[in-house]
Design a protein around this ligand. Structure first.
Ligand SMILES: C[S@@+](CC[C@H](N)C(=O)[O-])C[C@H]1O[C@@H](n2cnc3c(N)ncnc32)[C@H](O)[C@@H]1O
Length: 298
């Protein structure tokens, strides 16, 4: 284990001002590719490391709003956004991927006048609490291939293209996934929920996956889709799973559609499906799967 790996946070619970992800662990470019043309689209995304929002902009999205239960994630999004906009690719890579310079503030000093008060406070907090504030060991992990799979990391051209696609600021609201309909008034073409679903029913060991999806649909997904997903033709990516079997998930989603497990209004059609993407962990390790719900007017 590397030094960074030994010290980062391995907690599985999420809270405000908790440890932060600094990069995704999903093949986001892979699943965004499967959900159609994002040019000109409005997107709502979990903030997390910012990578979902960044990829949406890279794919041509018009506007991306973000939410997260952990307000510190917004500091990471802001930090990375300023770095991509105003620092060269090699400085960005050194700051996050060179063990000896990990979070070396000298690298970001030249752009620190752009930082919001909250970001400056976060950096002070980081300097005090150190690497325990970082949740995911993407900066060094060899089992996750983010440097091969995340386009703006493996390609300087994509990094500079992203620079041109990104706005100066990405809007953020701190909220739980269940509060989205209350906090957001807009309707979006695409909503990206990462794998938050996996953590919602952790104490409910007795629930099968089918029961958990039905429960999630009733509690959360249907409410978000009713209020915040465009009724003409909207899509929600509602879970991401690593190293799994696409065929099994395709059949499972089909079973969902056919069994009418989901109570849906008579004017809207909702469909569930699975999309396989090249696994992000370890070479030749098969497939990851994103679960998606689409809706359209009948
Ligand atoms: C579930 S985590 C997993 C990381 C993810 N696979 C990625 O690639 O970024 C993503 C984000 O969801 C946020 N999150 C977790 N539970 C949440 C909840 N109930 N409501 C809102 N955000 C939540 C976390 O704070 C974290 O920033």
């Amino acid at each position: 284990m590397s030094n960074v790996d030994e010290q980062i946070s391995h907690t599985y619970s999420f809270q405000d001002r908790g440890p932060v992800y600094i990069f995704t662990n999903e093949n986001i470019a892979g699943y965004l590719n499967t959900i159609g043309d994002l040019r000109g689209k409005n997107i709502l995304s979990v903030a997390a490391s910012g990578d979902q929002a960044f990829h949406a902009y890279l794919a041509g999205a018009k506007h991306v709003d973000t939410f997260d239960i952990n307000s510190f994630q917004n500091n990471i999004v802001e930090l990375k956004l300023h770095m991509i906009k105003y620092l060269p690719y090699d400085k960005f890579m050194t700051f996050f991927f060179d063990q000896n310079n990990f979070f070396n503030c000298k690298i970001i000093e030249p752009i620190s006048d752009k930082f919001s008060k909250k970001l400056s406070e976060f950096i002070q907090y980081y300097l005090k609490d150190g690497i325990k504030m970082i949740r995911y060991r993407a900066a060094t992990a060899e089992d996750f291939r983010i440097r091969d799979k995340v386009p703006y990391l493996y390609s300087p051209d994509k990094y500079y293209k992203l620079r041109d696609c990104l706005p100066e600021k990405i809007d953020f609201k701190r909220c739980d996934i269940s509060e989205i309909p209350k906090k957001f008034n807009m309707q979006y073409d695409v909503i990206l929920l990462s794998n938050i679903f996996e953590y919602l029913y952790m104490g409910y060991n007795l629930l099968s996956t089918e029961q958990r999806i039905v429960q999630f649909y009733r509690d959360t997904l249907s409410k978000i889709a009713d209020k915040n997903l465009t009724h003409e033709s909207g899509k929600i990516v509602f879970n991401y799973m690593w190293n799994t079997t696409p065929d099994a998930w395709n059949s499972f989603m089909d079973y969902f559609n056919k069994k009418n497990l989901i109570p849906i209004s008579s004017t809207i059609e909702r469909k569930f499906y699975a999309r396989a993407v090249d696994a992000i962990s370890k070479p030749n390790s098969g497939w990851d799967v994103a679960l998606i719900m689409s809706q359209k007017q009948k």
